[in-house]
Design a protein. Structure first.
Length: 366
């Protein structure tokens, strides 16, 4: 039986204070405060004794009172566009791990790609006095115009407005799409199609620019009917996929610029009876479903899907670490403004040399 179990004679019919914990553990109130806040080196045996006393008394530190006293809530807010996105799930995992290691909690919100909802979430986070905010913005105009509280540190990730000067963590979307397009060209494809996302967002615009530049460098034309605009959701990938497959001269390869749209595209291929990669090669941007169980869902598809895989977890970790530096730093100029990470082209089985002319017409018509 532990020291605390032997000493536990106080009734549990009331709320207990830090002084009660100190009395039960046989230490000073200052020592209990140090253990509760993790701000001072305390011997391991004493930490254990204090923690046992807290548990025995069901003592919960008063974080509200502490926040008023030290002007910090030890909480950061995160606003993402979509809970269903595998990429943003990975980002949040990285944020939570980095925040937890630093003793911070995370408040998570989804804007559902709605600018008004995004503003409501931001106002709610400001009212809760979070120490900082991580934002994958839907409304880039508000970010660019500075319509946010200057006294709350903010780091953007994934989506940033043009010429943004604040702290941000982004992926080199131009380079990623350029390399994927070059890979298709090197496999012999000249009739390449692209399904873009929302071109008012930096991610979609940079991916489209990478696709165009790769065609230009290979002296291939950008055919208007092969360039489709989606919205980052599955239905747009499906509808644009059907449109491309029904062209008099359909493309031999399609690059889809995010995971959900890729799933929609694959559904269109299945409905039309188009075989991948025998008749049409496909590259997706990012894994279409979260890799929650230690394996890639793209490898479960048939054929295994070639993808541009974004380092979502690393984006979250880096964004959180940057934000926490801003929270604790008294010199903001020491914080790096932008961190750019590279995506990985994972080559699998959904890309092959183009089929003989007209092969898809025969299959799609059946």
């Amino acid at each position: 039986m532990s020291y605390i179990e032997c000493s536990m004679t106080i009734r549990k019919s009331r709320s207990y204070t830090m002084r009660d914990v100190a009395r039960l553990a046989g230490v000073s109130v200052a020592t209990v405060s140090a253990v509760a806040n993790g701000k001072q080196v305390v011997r391991a045996a004493v930490v254990t004794r204090v923690q046992e006393a807290m548990k025995a008394l069901n003592y919960q530190p008063d974080h509200v009172a502490r926040s008023l006293r030290v002007r910090t809530t030890m909480t950061i807010g995160v606003v993402i566009p979509d809970f269903a996105s595998g990429f943003f799930v990975d980002v949040v995992r990285g944020v939570e791990d980095a925040a937890r290691n630093a003793g911070y909690s995370v408040l998570l919100c989804s804007s559902h790609d709605d600018a008004e909802q995004e503003q409501r979430h931001l106002r709610a986070l400001f009212s809760r006095r979070v120490d900082g905010i991580l934002l994958a913005a839907t409304d880039l105009y508000s970010v660019a115009s500075g319509r946010f509280r200057a006294d709350t540190p903010m780091v953007l990730f994934d989506r940033v407005p043009p010429n943004y000067k604040g702290a941000a963590v982004v992926i080199d979307n131009f380079d990623a799409t350029y390399r994927a397009t070059r890979y298709l060209i090197e496999m012999g494809h000249g009739a390449l199609a692209f399904i873009a996302g929302r071109l008012d967002l930096s991610t979609a615009a940079n991916r489209a620019d990478g696709f165009r530049k790769a065609l230009e460098d290979a002296h291939l034309p950008l055919r208007g009917e092969y360039f489709k605009r989606g919205d980052f959701y599955p239905e747009s990938g499906y509808q644009n996929g059907l449109d491309l497959l029904q062209l008099p001269q359909p493309p031999t390869a399609i690059l889809s610029s995010n995971g959900p749209m890729t799933l929609g595209l694959l559904r269109a291929l299945q409905e039309r009876g188009v075989r991948c990669p025998e008749e049409l090669s496909v590259i997706g941007f990012d894994e279409p479903v979260p890799d929650s169980y230690g394996f890639s869902v793209s490898t479960l598809l048939r054929p295994e899907l070639t993808v541009i895989a974004q380092p979502g977890y690393e984006v979250g970790q880096q964004a959180a670490k940057t934000l926490l530096k801003m929270v604790s730093s008294h010199r903001q100029d020491e914080i790096p403004t932008t961190c750019t990470l590279k995506a990985e082209l994972r080559i699998r089985k959904s890309v092959a040399p183009p089929p003989p002319s007209g092969a898809m017409h025969t299959s799609a018509a059946n």
